[in-house]
Design a protein around this ligand. Structure first.
Ligand SMILES: *Cc1c(COP(=O)(O)O)cnc(C)c1O
Length: 323
């Protein structure tokens, strides 16, 4: 079986790909700041590894993996290197150096010769419809592996360039229209507002005890955890949900994140005010009981046999499909 190395912060979509193509995932922990741990990567590289998967940034904490350093091991072992810029593709390249200041991003794209492919979601910060996305290859030779040609088919000569067979031209047209509409200037302006809002939230979090920001990179995702054992971050989530804020709930470590987009940049001040109130309420024990999800998230974190929970998720999906 071939192996693919990914960080624990890699998007769940890579688990799906591994399941479909019978590739073994080798998980690498993080360095304490959400980036792929290089010592562990080094120890786990071998001749069966076909690809290392790095994120720019990863979904959980908005952290960019040390792709230059990862590339050194990739070169040594001669495998592929994929950079998942699904979230970052339409933000990082448009980031204003004035906003970033000393937090300038490390290189993460094809400037690094070992990077063989990248994914960029037009359907996220490209502002196009879902159903459109982009995978980029370093060369036409690599791209050819994605194509399926069947010249001996009784139905005629067949060629399919993508995993999905028939696709909607409407989505492609809408994606083109969105990109023409925003243009580089539009993406630059959006990135500026998003990163300024992220900076504001990160600064505010520094003063809210017992919360701590996870990850050093200034990107669109701002994640935070609790530094105090007696302060349950999932209870904070329940209080915020009651106030109308719906955040992403993270595991290992328990944390919350807000993904800043053009749709919510204007609400950051209000969010910070509510976050302060919510933290206060949790500390005073003024918490939510009806509809509280904290015990469920807490349980998910403690379960050692995750296949039970995976099966449960599949059962819930079945129920959703039939109602
Ligand atoms: C959204 C996302 C993906 C892919 O998600 P799909 O819903 O399968 O398109 C992959 N990686 C990251 C970092 C993402 O944010």
């Amino acid at each position: 079986m071939f192996h693919r190395i990914v960080s624990t912060s890699a998007h769940a979509a890579v688990y799906k790909a591994a399941e479909y193509f019978c590739i073994k995932l080798v998980l690498i922990g993080n360095d304490g700041q959400g980036r792929m741990d290089l010592a562990e990567l080094r120890a786990k590289m071998n001749q069966r590894v076909i690809l290392v998967y790095a994120s720019a940034p990863g979904y959980p904490h908005g952290v960019i993996d040390p792709i230059r350093d990862i590339a050194r091991y990739v070169k040594e072992w001669g495998c592929c290197l994929h950079v998942d810029a699904c979230l970052g593709g339409f933000v990082l390249p448009f980031a204003d150096s004035e906003v970033l200041g000393s937090a300038a991003y490390p290189e993460f794209d094809f400037q690094i010769p070992e990077v063989t492919s990248m994914s960029i979601d037009t359907h996220k910060y490209g502002c196009a419809q879902k159903g459109s996305s982009v995978v980029l290859y370093r060369s036409r030779e690599i791209r050819k592996f994605q194509y399926t040609a069947v010249s001996s088919w009784t139905g005629g000569m067949y060629i399919s360039p993508t995993q999905a067979g028939s696709r909607s031209g409407g989505i492609i047209a809408q994606t083109w229209a969105a990109m023409m509409h925003f243009g580089s200037d539009g993406y630059e302006q959006a990135a500026r507002q998003i990163l300024l809002a992220a900076q504001k939230l990160r600064c505010a979090l520094r003063d809210i005890f017992p919360l701590e920001v996870v990850g050093k990179d200034l990107t669109m995702v701002v994640a935070w955890r609790s530094l105090s054992k007696s302060f349950d971050i999932y209870v904070l989530n329940d209080v915020l949900a009651e106030m109308g804020w719906h955040l992403s709930v993270l595991h290992s470590p328990p944390a919350l994140h807000l993904c800043i987009t053009s749709a919510n940049v204007g609400t950051i001040d209000l969010f910070v005010t509510d976050l302060r109130k919510a933290v206060d309420r949790v500390q005073k024990g003024d918490i939510v009981t009806s509809g509280a999800k904290a015990p469920i998230y807490g349980m998910g974190n403690r379960m050692s046999n995750t296949t039970v929970v995976d099966d449960l998720l599949k059962d819930i999906q079945d129920v959703l499909d039939t109602t």
